[in-house]
Design a protein around this ligand. Structure first.
Ligand code: NAI
Length: 351
């Protein structure tokens, strides 16, 4: 079979560090496994023209959210042999799921592989914003010592209200990691957790638009679906408390680009952080790169070395099962048998 991987270019770093498995040079550590079993492996970093050229003869496509191949309906139409699209990581919104279902293409991701990694990054970014870490760090680099300037935007997290949008695997891990900070935690999800789960996590349910005006910090952990695309619009950002901080490690498109810039420039929001953008890679002139009071990183939260090992092992498992004609791990499936089957996505595609 022909397996095509679209992975980020790792250059000299990846050549010197084989443990950076998600880089094209290291092909998830799967080149030996695939070639010794007689499969053809094509690894691409160019995800437009080069991908379009190989698609007609591709059986399996592997890509990652960090450097996503956008698998549109048009691309699927040009790939008659394609039966399986795998995401090395979590979040398969770069695939047109409805079109994949219509063509009976299976879409799967490595559920759970990087949820701890993202939760840790989220806690780091909440603290980075609330404590005003980056401007204080920048003073050190710039040879300055202006305590008043650094302190004027620096707060304690203790006693604040944090709102979690999407209390799935990552959202729940963020909630449990927030416990020692003595914050009040609210959450919104279209599926309410059980009373016991809420009790254990110490979180309270609220509808989104009721929750937002109460929160000092809002952190987003729902998938990007037709329903969450642009969820943080101008109106919804305006509903947030003045001076609040917003963190989004879910997907860039959940927050609307220009309204966010405006909310930061006007001072309505105190800061924004996260690691997800649209498109990816973000062009050098993406407005979020240059807006005030942000602590964004490149899309790295879900690709720590430990996470890469876990999602590479997951892809290995999926490929082994697929070649042997066995079904994939149930939890990994997003689209199967012509339907969106993953509960986190299916709500958005059911109507
Ligand atoms: P999950 O499936 O365990 O949880 C997602 C939660 O969002 C579910 O509880 C679901 O009910 C809820 N949800 C779905 N639609 C919603 C809506 N319209 N409104 C409110 N809640 C909604 O997924 P997990 O593992 O927690 O990951 C969540 C998302 O985080 C992924 O879909 C992905 O987009 C993003 N992610 C980002 C990474 C990064 O490197 N920055 C790495 C891993 C995931």
């Amino acid at each position: 079979m022909k397996v095509v991987m679209v992975l980020y270019p790792g250059g000299e770093t990846a050549r010197q560090h084989p443990e950076v498995l998600g880089a094209a040079e290291n092909a998830l550590g799967l080149r030996g496994f695939l070639e010794s079993a007689g499969h053809e492996l094509v690894v691409l970093t160019e995800k437009e023209r080069a991908l379009d050229e190989v698609l007609p003869s591709t059986d399996v496509l592997v890509t990652t959210p960090f450097w996503p191949a956008y698998v549109t309906a048009e691309r699927l139409a040009r790939a008659p042999k394609l039966r399986l699209v795998l995401t090395a990581g979590v979040g398969s919104d770069h695939v047109d799921l409805a079109a994949a279902a219509a063509r009976n293409v299976t879409v799967a991701e490595i559920t759970g592989s990087n949820v701890v990694s993202v939760a840790e990054h989220t806690i780091m970014q909440i603290l980075t914003l609330v404590r005003n870490y980056l401007p204080a760090y920048q003073q050190v680099i710039d040879g300055k010592w202006d305590i008043a300037e650094a302190a004027a935007r620096s707060h304690d997290l203790e006693g604040k209200t944090v709102g979690i949008v999407g209390a799935g695997r990552i959202g729940q891990r963020v909630a449990s990691r927030l416990k020692p900070f003595d914050v009040r935690v609210l959450y919104y999800d279209f599926r309410r957790l059980s009373t016991v789960e809420e009790e254990v996590l110490g979180i309270r349910y609220a509808l989104l638009d009721r929750m937002l005006p109460e929160c000092d910090v809002v952190t987003v952990h729902c998938p990007l679906t037709p329903e969450t695309d642009g969820l943080f619009s101008r109106e919804r950002l305006a509903r947030m408390k003045k001076g609040a901080w917003l963190v989004n490690t879910a997907r860039g498109k959940i927050v609307q680009t220009q309204p966010l810039v405006h909310a930061l420039e006007s001072g309505h929001l105190a800061g924004y952080a996260g690691d997800v953008w649209y498109p990816q890679p973000a062009p050098p002139d993406h407005p979020w790169r240059h807006m005030p009071h942000h602590a964004l990183t490149v899309h790295v939260s879900g690709t720590s070395l430990e996470a890469q090992r876990r999602y590479a092992d997951g892809i290995h498992d999926c490929l082994e099962r697929y070649f042997a004609g066995r079904s994939l791990e149930r939890d990994y499936l997003i689209v199967e048998g012509g339907k969106v089957v993953n509960p986190s996505y299916s709500y958005a595609f059911a109507h």
